[in-house]
Write a protein that binds this ligand. Structure first.
Ligand SMILES: Cc1cc2nc3c(=O)[nH]c(=O)nc-3n(C[C@H](O)[C@H](O)[C@H](O)COP(=O)(O)OP(=O)(O)OC[C@H]3O[C@@H](n4cnc5c(N)ncnc54)[C@H](O)[C@@H]3O)c2cc1C
Length: 433
């Protein structure tokens, strides 16, 4: 479309990708709120960031993938944090990142109501899946500097020296950072709204097109359940794992993962800033709680992320499973309390500091995973289906990290007609659908 024509943009999905795209669009030098219209349509009754974008760990890493997108995204994270006081607003900070190997100790079950849980039994989560975050590290020379002694950093006092077999840093200082994903996403939305973006509730049901060009979307208005339409010159599909429901053939599936957040007792604060990829040898009594075994010993590999804030917080997540994606959307995601309990049991078994804490959140969400041999995410105009239809989905385990690069690329595509910040041709939708 000609640069001078009026743009009417609808973003489907109020997760981190939709909200960050809205931020970059509204902050683009050519965006004029008096001329253009930008709507973010979100299906959840509870607002933005109710899916993976509010329940992720929040790691931001130079060693994430795919590299061209990471290179833009990491620098943009730094810039956004400087420009909008991300340290205060969304918990931006650099963190140490390490691989921790060690043993679990036998821990008595907590007293019900004392920060513990009464949930018994094993999670029925089917096949375990790795979230595959560390793939990007395979080629990192730094990884070869692994220490043989425990190597536990002095300030990492929330993990036990006597239970540690080995600790090794996974990336050089300055290469790993974090955000609080819910706070980041809702901040991006608020900053976009300040510049004229509109957030509305409703479930998109169809993408409308005529003569090979997008004309709008149809959606269900939540209070009346009536179908409404929104006209659009550009539709940005940022619906995470649900994206294929609106664009059949898009090779994206959902992998469910559970996580918990723990508040340590105040007298044990502060919690040193580390993200840990653990490998825990569990006591034999934990049986098949972990389906991974090595030399007959069950192992678990939860990830732990310390977060800043006056109350301190540690986020811990377990593996993915293959529970089917609920067609009704994020508000219908089922939390298997036993899967959360399993993560909490693993935390308690390796950290006496955290064992004394309280579990605040027990949650589950769906990672949008690109299927097949091509590595996602999928970013670009799906012109084979309709001009003006732009896909921004399939961010797998790195959507928090890669949201700013994605948002910037989408803004360039809509406002300037092409992606200029990086060579993302290998991510264009035509190669996937
Ligand atoms: C356990 C776990 C830990 C993770 N940790 C990290 C991490 O440390 N670092 C990192 O970079 N990434 C991490 N990720 C990955 C990251 O969370 C995702 O890649 C990212 O959140 C995807 O964002 P999204 O906006 O595409 O999808 P979502 O967050 O799922 O948002 C999609 C939105 O679209 C809405 N929607 C869907 N269909 C419709 C419709 N028809 N109409 C209107 N709205 C609709 C949904 O309600 C939802 O709000 C993690 C993921 C998991 C599961």
């Amino acid at each position: 479309m000609a640069q001078s024509e009026q743009r009417s943009i609808v973003i489907i999905g109020g997760g981190i990708i939709g909200c960050t795209s809205a931020y970059y669009l509204t902050h683009h030098p050519s965006f004029d709120a008096s001329q253009a219209k930008l709507i973010i349509l979100e299906a959840s009754a509870h607002g933005a960031a109710q899916g993976a974008s509010g329940k992720a760990g929040g790691l931001v890493a130079r060693w994430a993938y795919p590299q061209p997108l990471v290179d833009v995204s990491f620098n943009e994270h730094v810039r956004l944090a400087e420009r909008h006081n991300g340290a205060e607003r969304w918990g931006w900070r650099f963190v140490g990142c390490g691989s921790w190997e060690g043993r679990a100790e036998e821990v008595p079950e907590p007293v019900p109501g004392a920060g513990g849980s009464e949930v018994q039994g094993e999670a029925t989560v089917g096949r375990r899946k790795s979230l595959e975050k560390t793939i990007g590290l395979e080629s990192q020379p730094h990884r070869k500097t692994r220490k043989r002694a425990t190597g536990l950093p002095d300030d990492l006092t929330w993990m036990e020296e006597d239970l540690t077999d080995a600790y090794s840093p996974m990336a050089p200082p300055g290469d790993t950072a974090q955000v609080h994903p819910y706070k980041f996403t809702t901040s991006m939305l608020a900053l976009a709204q300040e510049k004229g973006a509109e957030f509305i509730r409703g479930r998109a049901t169809r993408i409308l097109s005529e003569r090979g060009r997008v004309t709008g979307i149809a959606y269900t208005e939540p209070s009346t359940q009536q179908e409404q339409q929104l006209p659009a010159t550009h539709v940005i599909l940022a619906a995470g794992a649900w994206a294929p429901m609106l664009l059949p053939g898009l090779p994206i599936a959902g992998t469910r993962a559970h996580s918990i957040t723990i508040h340590p007792p105040p007298h044990l604060l502060p919690i040193a800033p580390y993200a840990l990829f653990t490998d825990i040898a569990l006591p034999p009594s934990s049986g098949s709680l972990s389906r991974r075994t090595r030399h007959g010993v069950p192992h678990a590999t939860p990830e732990f992320y310390a977060r800043p804030g006056p109350e301190g917080e540690v986020y811990a997540c377990g593996p993915g499973d293959d529970a089917p994606l609920p067609a009704g959307g994020v508000d219908e995601v089922e939390v298997d309390q036993r899967a959360c309990e399993e993560v909490w049991r693993q935390v308690r078994a390796v950290s006496r500091v955290l064992r004394a804490g309280n579990v605040q959140a027990r949650q589950a969400c769906y990672l949008p995973v690109v299927q097949g041999r091509r590595q996602g995410p999928i970013i670009g105009e799906a012109k084979e289906r309709a001009r003006g239809l732009i896909v921004a989905a399939g961010h797998t385990c790195w959507g928090i990290c890669n949201a700013p690069g994605t948002g910037r690329a989408i803004a360039e595509l809509v406002m300037e007609g092409e992606i200029k910040c990086a060579d993302l041709r290998s991510l264009q939708p035509g190669l996937f659908i």
